[in-house]
Design a protein around this ligand. Structure first.
Ligand code: FES
Length: 111
């Protein structure tokens, strides 16, 4: 059984929320895109921006720890919480997750 990814409703990106089965070998960010949730990913999913920031409301403690690059970028994210992650760095998704999409994003991509 693959884990389930649940997305809480977000005004513009997912007005009804969403719930789908995780795919193997694909980052959380890509999986959101694959399910029509148009999350930003300005740096091309290499932990060099904060636009793919998500707040993990359930499952956070079962995820592998974030890396140094991810932590450095997260410090600059709008609306940082103790349960924040960069969705492009969660790969693969191996546990059930409930995530919230922040209201705003800031693009810190290095040019
Ligand atoms: Fe830039 Fe994830 S897409 S950090």
């Amino acid at each position: 059984m693959m884990p389930t990814i649940t997305v809480l409703p977000h005004d513009s990106l997912a007005p009804q929320g969403a719930s789908f089965e995780a795919s193997s070998g694909v980052s959380l960010c890509q999986q959101l895109l694959d399910h029509g949730i148009d999350i930003e990913h300005a740096c091309g999913m290499v932990a060099a921006c904060t636009t793919c920031h998500v707040i993990v409301r359930e499952g956070f403690n079962r995820l592998p720890m974030s890396g140094d690059e991810e932590d450095d970028m997260l410090d600059k994210a709008w609306g940082l919480t103790a349960n924040s992650r960069l969705s492009c760095q969660i790969n693969p998704v191996e546990v059930d997750l409930t995530i919230e999409l922040p209201r705003y994003t800031i693009n810190h991509a290095r040019e």
